[in-house]
Write a protein that binds this ligand. Structure first.
Ligand code: FAD
Ligand code: SF4
Length: 482
């Protein structure tokens, strides 16, 4: 099929109708039952033929609405066309103009509500899942050619020092862009490993840690210093970094690491986890290898309720499956349609046996005399009028109480800002939710201090953190030049 299409393309006779007839290419994936037993990546990536066929579905629209949907404005039409033509390195170079972490973004970006939502092909079929699979194409070229690139060039030393607080996607992008300008850059990270949520939150089966490590290795090759086990606000304050340690500028990219709880009875019981703790134990501390090289334990659960409907909830539920739970219930108070999780994660969770309990929510968690979880008392819900988020409001149904028997409850209803930086940085302005206030260049209320990512936006996405990182880095470079 590819050969025929290429012949038509070369002859200039390939029409939109031919492109619509190319079937959307499915992503090869590990078998749903097999992968319940392992942590390996689920989605396996396109073959070259699949990538080129998928790219040929693109209509090369003159107005490229896909680009409008991309938060960092990647020239999508151009890179997809390059793939269709077999110019993979060119495609990667186009992506890298705007995104420094294509192998990550190709895997975790919520494309169905960004570039793929606005794609003309999806619109034609009235289904964003039928859009050109832009994310999978991005992943294809990043996986195949991403490792071959040279280490980015670094300008001669400027004598200026920049501190990056937090090593998530935002911090990584700022470190790279600021180092490129010749500044002396140190990344301070509270955990013992850099990478932020990409290392401690998003599981191996969705984002292999080796991919994030490669990006960290590039930073180190560029001469960026990475200091782990260093909590800004405890080990040193921002003020000390700037007045005593000689840093001329600071980027705060500490993320949104403070888990929210339901504030219901029973949340203090043994067997209740925040999704952050559960995933950090499993991912960062490798609790799934407890006793076989890892010292971090995690609950051995039989029946697990995960509360929430976002990516974090899906990750926690799928992790619980892999840690051996017999029944994993995803309890969500709205319907599946309102779930904020990526569609692919919802499909994968179902294939792995996660049981969706929508329009339900616990009102208390039940314990035994030893303080261990034995169940969750839930209420049934129905959908009312849309609320501020535009989604229909969940309304509890009176008298609909029932109990699900569970020994573990994982709360995944969102994360907020950790108050440590606020408590230890006088003069830094925060909003009422504890997020740092910045201007359009990511500059804060303090001279020389910039911020971006989740600590500014609230819990958001990798691509938005990266986008803000680029803006902040450009502003820092300008500030140090001036
Ligand atoms: C489980 C989970 C799944 C997700 N899935 C997706 C997804 O599929 N797609 C997507 O786009 N987004 C997803 N997200 C959201 C995404 O990961 C975040 O929006 C993004 O990582 C934010 O990047 P950041 O640079 O702001 O900070 P983070 O990635 O949050 O990194 C901040 C870093 O700062 C460190 N830190 C915090 N305080 C201090 C301090 N005082 N001193 C030093 N270091 C400090 C932290 O340890 C952390 O390493 C997910 C989030 C979670 C939790
Ligand atoms: S909107 Fe879709 S079809 Fe049009 S250029 Fe972008 S990816 Fe191609």
């Amino acid at each position: 099929m590819l050969k025929e299409l290429l012949e038509k393309q070369n002859a200039g006779t390939l029409k939109a109708k031919d492109r619509y007839e190319i079937p959307a290419q499915d992503m090869p994936a590990q078998d749903g039952t097999e992968r319940r037993e392992n942590m390996n990546e689920v989605a396996l990536g396109y073959t070259e033929t699949q990538a080129r066929l998928e790219a040929m579905r693109c209509l090369q629209c003159r107005n490229a609405p896909c680009m409008e949907g991309c938060p960092v404005r990647i020239r999508i039409r151009e890179f997809v066309t390059a793939i269709a033509n077999g110019s993979f390195e060119e495609a990667l170079a186009i992506i890298k103009e705007n995104s420094l972490l294509p192998a990550v973004c190709g895997r975790v970006c919520p494309q169905e509500v960004q570039c793929q939502e606005t794609c003309t092909v999806g619109k034609k079929f009235k289904d964003p899942e039928k859009s050109v699979s832009i994310g999978r194409l991005e992943r294809y070229v990043a996986d195949r050619f991403g490792k071959q690139g040279e280490t980015p060039k670094v300008a001669p030393p400027t004598g200026k020092k920049v501190a990056i607080i937090g090593s998530g996607p935002g911090g990584i992008v700022v470190a790279a862009d600021v180092r490129r300008a010749g500044h002396d850059v140190t990344v301070f990270e509270a955990f013992h490993k850099p990478g932020g949520v990409m290392i401690y939150g998003i599981p191996e089966f969705r984002l292999p840690k080796s991919i994030v490590q490669e990006e960290i290795d590039v930073l180190e090759k560029m001469g960026v210093k990475i200091t782990c086990n260093f909590i800004v606000g405890r080990t040193r304050t921002i003020e000390q970094l700037m007045t005593e340690d000689g840093f001329d500028a600071v980027y705060v990219g500490v993320g949104a690491g403070l888990p929210k709880f339901m504030n219901i009875d029973g949340e203090q019981l043994v067997g209740v986890y925040s999704a952050n703790e559960y995933l950090t134990r499993a991912n960062l501390m490798k609790a799934y290898q407890f006793g076989k090289g890892s010292d971090t334990p995690i609950a051995v659960s039989k029946n697990v309720a995960v509360l929430g409907g976002g990516n974090v909830a899906m990750d926690a539920a799928r992790m619980a499956v892999r840690l051996g739970a017999e029944n994993v219930y995803l309890v969500y108070r709205r319907s599946e349609k309102e779930m904020p999780a990526r569609i692919e994660e919802v499909h994968h969770a179902k294939e792995e046996g996660v049981q969706f309990r929508t329009l339900q929510n616990p009102q208390r968690i039940l314990g035994d005399e030893k303080g261990n979880v034995v169940g969750a008392e839930c209420l049934k819900y129905e959908l009312g009028e849309p609320d501020d988020s535009g989604r229909r409001r969940p309304v509890p149904i009176k008298g609909s109480e029932f109990v699900i028997d569970v020994d573990t409850v994982i709360v995944a209803i969102g994360n907020g800002a950790n108050p440590l930086i606020q408590q230890t940085t006088p003069g830094l302005e925060f909003n009422k939710w504890g997020n740092i206030v910045v201007d359009e260049k990511c500059k804060t209320s303090l001279q020389g201090v910039y911020a971006g990512g989740d600590i500014v936006l609230g819990a958001a996405t990798v691509i938005l953190a990266m986008g803000q990182g680029r803006i902040a880095a450009a502003a820092i470079n300008q500030y140090l030049k001036d």
